[in-house]
Design a protein around this ligand. Structure first.
Ligand SMILES: C[S@@+](CC[C@H](N)C(=O)[O-])C[C@H]1O[C@@H](n2cnc3c(N)ncnc32)[C@H](O)[C@@H]1O
Length: 251
């Protein structure tokens, strides 16, 4: 399993401004949400600190939020409480999901914010997608967002120090990504993420985590979605954009 327990504590310094407010994060999926009844059953299966799950619950949807990281699930439960939202939280790896939920349960499954690359290689990724597909009712949709790994790999190994301080909860932090790009697509890659919160009085609070990653090409992802019974309905993939969204329908 990929880490994230140390990063959970400082995760808001890693996410964009647009993802901080639950309602705003949920609204970024308005096109898909517009196709659903307001009481739809929704699973966010890599919920992180819970902003999307809480935003969806705020729209009246029945929301379950799962994540492999205990600390992330705890933060999602705390955020739900803070917003008075009704979100069921479960700690579960993607492959464990069918042990927690019946097949054909959800109208939508979200796997967003660059999560799927943590599934271990082709086999792990297909198993994860298979779990998500099983839980969708026929006609239900998987909504997946991803980095454009073709671009990330083309840049090679590097240290990426963000050129602006990130300010959250009255504290500034420097955010650093170290990309360790393996020679072949199918090899295990690593991403080390470090956050150093700085204080004008001097103290620095640092947190970091080394994460495993197995990138994939877009065309590979499409083929894998098909393999688990999901048909791409909408895709924003282009080789020019850093991120893309795929919406796939359970046929
Ligand atoms: C980059 S974060 C994205 C979180 C959130 N979706 C967002 O958009 O901010 C990736 C998330 O995937 C979770 N994750 C990693 N491996 C996982 C696995 N095998 N099963 C379920 N969740 C996993 C991590 O714990 C982390 O919360």
């Amino acid at each position: 399993m990929s880490g994230y327990n140390a990063l959970a504590e400082v995760y808001e310094w890693l996410i964009s401004d647009a993802k901080l407010a639950p309602a705003e994060f949920a609204a970024s999926f308005d096109d898909v949400l517009g196709l659903l009844p307001s009481n739809a059953h929704v699973l966010d299966c890599a919920c992180g600190t819970g902003q999307l799950a809480v935003g969806l619950a705020g729209l009246g949807m029945h929301v379950v939020a799962t994540d492999a990281s205990e600390a992330m699930v705890r933060r999602t439960a705390e955020l739900s409480e803070e917003f008075g939202a009704s979100v069921r939280t479960v700690r579960a790896d993607w492959q464990e999901l069918p042990g927690h939920f019946d097949d054909d349960t959800f109208d939508v499954v979200f796997c967003v914010g660059n999560s799927l690359h943590h599934a271990e290689g082709t086999r792990g990724r297909v198993a994860a997608l298979e779990s998500m597909s099983r839980l969708l009712r026929r006609g239900g949709r998987l909504v997946l967002t991803s980095r454009t790994w073709e671009l990330v790999r083309a840049r090679g190994s590097r240290l990426d120090i963000k050129d602006r301080l990130v300010r959250r909860n009255g504290r500034n932090a420097v955010v650093v990504y170290r990309w360790d790009i393996a020679p072949n697509w199918e090899d295990e890659h690593h991403i080390e993420i470090a956050i150093a919160q700085v204080d004008t009085a001097g103290p620095v609070l640092a947190r970091s985590e080394l994460l495993s990653s197995w990138p994939y090409r877009y065309e590979q992802l499409e083929a894998e979605l098909q393999r688990v019974g999901l048909q791409t309905e909408l895709s924003t993939f282009t080789l020019e954009a850093e991120n893309y969204m795929v919406v796939a329908n359970k046929v």
